[in-house]
Design a protein around this ligand. Structure first.
Ligand code: NAD
Length: 296
């Protein structure tokens, strides 16, 4: 492998992405503020700071919760900029504000580092299987350089436009995801309350017009599909605060261009209410439990 790769943020997505890099022969240096998370990937070299991981790296990848955290990880005392060699490529795979992506690009440029935004879709199952979709914003040449590494973690890589365009595509996708998950939960809850078998109802929806990723890949009802967070007590997966964050980012983006987001705004408030009702550490499909009215 030509590249020395550093990976910062070894959470639900990052850990699985690093496993695929390692499986395909790519050595990786990792850092996470939670030491247990950082050491969760056998074979990766665990570092004590983002700066240490970035030292000598041609490519630094971040998979962090929010834009503010990515910025902090870049600029901190022992942050990425303290270690990353000049002209190296910084790939942010987190879902963040398109405007923040532009700011990170500017800061990177001032430090002679190249930057692209490359948020992903596919969830923890896509990260596990190495089938993520990457949505890239930035220069063509930088995307070309990123491709061999990104393709070890995902099958589809789309060039969306300039810096921030990957984030715009991602926010549009998650706007649909946040809404369809709630719709699927409502329909499943209704059918089950009226006596239908959840697996039968799922089979029908999945060959009918109500089908979506939320019904056929990540069904929210426990026991309908094996190996998805809803069948594991809604542990792991895509947390409620993260989908709430994405819908908030979509709303802010919509405000900036005067576009109405009616269902998006409602979905955003539903996830925020879930957080206040004690579901903040659960996978976002837990909206099904919320609607069902079952006590946690
Ligand atoms: P996560 O919370 O599971 O993981 C984030 C990791 O970053 C944690 O291990 C945390 O300890 C670490 N971290 C936080 N601050 C840090 C810092 N300053 N330095 C180093 N490490 C730090 O989140 P996730 O589900 O893996 O999501 C990561 C990003 O990917 C988010 O932007 C999310 O919106 C996006 N995303 C998530 C999914 C999903 O299904 N989970 C799918 C697509 C995109």
């Amino acid at each position: 492998n030509a590249s020395n790769v550093a990976f910062i943020g070894i959470g639900q997505m990052g850990a699985r992405m690093v496993k695929n890099l390692l499986k395909k022969g790519q050595e990786v240096k990792v850092f996470d503020t939670i030491p247990l998370a950082a050491s969760s990937v056998p074979g990766a070299k665990v570092c004590k700071s983002a700066g240490e991981a970035a030292k000598d790296a041609n490519i630094v990848i971040t998979m962090l919760p929010t834009g503010d955290i990515v910025k902090e990880t870049l600029l901190a005392d022992k942050g990425i900029l303290k270690g990353i060699p000049k002209k190296s490529l910084f790939i942010d795979c987190s879902t963040i504000e398109p405007k923040m992506a532009q700011e990170l690009s500017r800061i990177s440029k001032e430090n002679d580092v190249r930057y692209i935004d490359a948020p992903v879709s596919g969830g923890v199952t896509g990260a596990e299987d190495g089938t993520l979709t990457f949505m890239v914003g930035g220069a063509d040449s930088d995307m070309k350089e990123a491709e061999p590494v990104l393709s070890k973690m995902g099958g589809k890589i789309f060039k969306c436009g300039d810096i921030g365009a990957g984030q715009i595509a991602k926010l549009c996708n998650n706007l649909i995801l946040g809404i369809t998950m709630i719709g699927t939960c409502e329909a499943m809850n209704l059918g089950i309350k009226l006596g239908l078998d959840p697996k039968l109802l799922t089979n029908i929806i999945n060959v009918s017009t109500g089908r979506s990723w939320s019904s056929d890949t990540y069904n929210p009802v426990p026991g309908v599909m094996p190996n998805v967070p809803p069948s594991k007590g809604y542990e792991g997966g895509f947390s409620v605060p993260l989908i709430a964050k994405d819908l908030g980012l979509a709303e802010a983006a919509a405000l900036s261009c005067g576009t109405p987001l009616m269902l998006g705004a409602l979905a955003h408030q539903i996830y925020r209410a879930l957080i206040l009702n004690g579901y903040g550490d659960k996978d976002f499909a837990v909206v099904y439990e919320f609607l069902k009215g079952q006590k946690k």
